[in-house]
Design a protein around this ligand. Structure first.
Ligand code: TRP
Length: 324
């Protein structure tokens, strides 16, 4: 099975990215042929300052490499270095009824978040995503729940293309990352840079410490001497990821034998310690090294993309490229 997934370079890599996605990507590359990319075209739909994107591309790529995405096993590339994806988006858009895209809930949400910049690229976002996947004939797509509507649309478009022209593409399926929703420091919303409720992964210990200490805990426990409700507490939720004996801490919390402050202090320590090797590996990555990894990966992805596009163009009835 061929795997493909991407992440937008929109800000500092955080716990939600790691626990919800990257951790799973690292596992998948042990078994499958994987394509992982930085979705800088997609980022332009909400952050039009392309010229500022370079640092963010470096940051995200370096973080992915630091947490274990291995360019010797997986093809690690930058979306915009494989511009064939834009041509495939165009071809797919011809078999995509407007009404199918209008149904996608994320467009409405994004339009609400960025009312001054509701653009066509934002609207056709899931078709570009489909082109990412189909371009390499990806079969398994590890994503979070928020992406399921996109995947469903991509599957429909794939079937329609194959039916209309020729069976060029395998129908991709979502590989749901099982993790529960990773909530941010506010304990309410999904962890996201836009909301500003993140906890870093490769950031300096002092930064992570501060972010964890700012976490909202059990609101129904006004005093340390009151019994806690670990099920409703976001800090306790994180214990499940970072402590094998999380049940022990949950019990202490229930019996009011550990306070919220101490729980956060321990969690911060544990996160910093767990990610220390990532932080170290990241500090060894120079922009040149990261760029050269992206260049090599993008050339590989491009070879695959061009072969697929040749097939797709032939299926549609367009002439071959001139470069034979
Ligand atoms: N839309 C995805 C997100 O916001 C990122 C993405 C772009 C992606 N292209 C993709 C994910 C292709 C999987 C496959 O998280």
């Amino acid at each position: 099975m061929r795997i493909l997934s991407g992440m937008r370079p929109t800000g500092r890599f955080h716990l939600g990215n790691y626990l919800g996605a990257a951790r799973n990507w690292v596992e998948l590359q042990k078994q499958y042929e994987c394509f992982y990319f930085v979705a800088d075209y997609h980022a332009l739909t909400t952050e039009p300052d392309g010229h500022k994107a370079e640092d963010k591309v470096f940051d995200l790529t370096a973080d992915l490499l630091a947490v274990g995405i291995d360019p010797d096993r997986s093809v690690v590339y930058l979306q915009s270095k494989v511009p064939e994806v834009a041509e495939l988006t165009l071809l797919l858009s011809m078999v995509t009824p407007l009404s199918w895209v209008q149904r996608v809930p994320t467009f409405k949400e994004k339009a609400k978040l960025h009312p001054d910049n509701v653009n066509l690229g934002m609207f056709s976002y899931p078709i570009l995503q489909g082109a990412d996947i189909l371009m390499v004939k990806g079969e398994g797509v590890p994503v979070g729940k928020d992406q399921l509507a996109h995947l469903e649309l991509v599957r429909e478009v794939t079937r329609r293309f194959n039916r209309t022209y020729a069976a060029v593409f395998p129908e991709p399926r979502a590989l749901l990352t099982e993790t529960n929703l990773i909530k941010g420091t506010d304990g309410k919303q999904r962890m996201s840079k836009t909301v500003g409720n993140i906890v870093g992964v490769t950031d300096e210990p002092g930064v992570i410490q501060k972010q964890v200490m700012s976490m909202v805990t059990d609101v129904k426990r006004p005093r340390k001497t009151d019994p806690g409700h670990p099920r409703q507490c976001n800090v306790c939720a994180f214990y499940k990821y970072f402590f094998d004996d999380w049940e022990h801490y949950w019990e202490l919390c229930r019996k009011a034998q550990i306070g919220c402050y101490d729980k956060k202090r321990l969690l911060a320590e544990r996160i910093i310690e767990t990610f220390a090797p990532f932080r170290e590996r990241r500090s060894e990555l120079s922009p040149e090294a990261v760029n050269s990894i992206l260049d090599v990966g993008s050339l590989k992805a491009r070879d695959v993309a061009r072969a697929t596009l040749r097939e797709a163009r032939r299926a549609v009835g367009l002439p071959a490229y001139l470069d034979r």
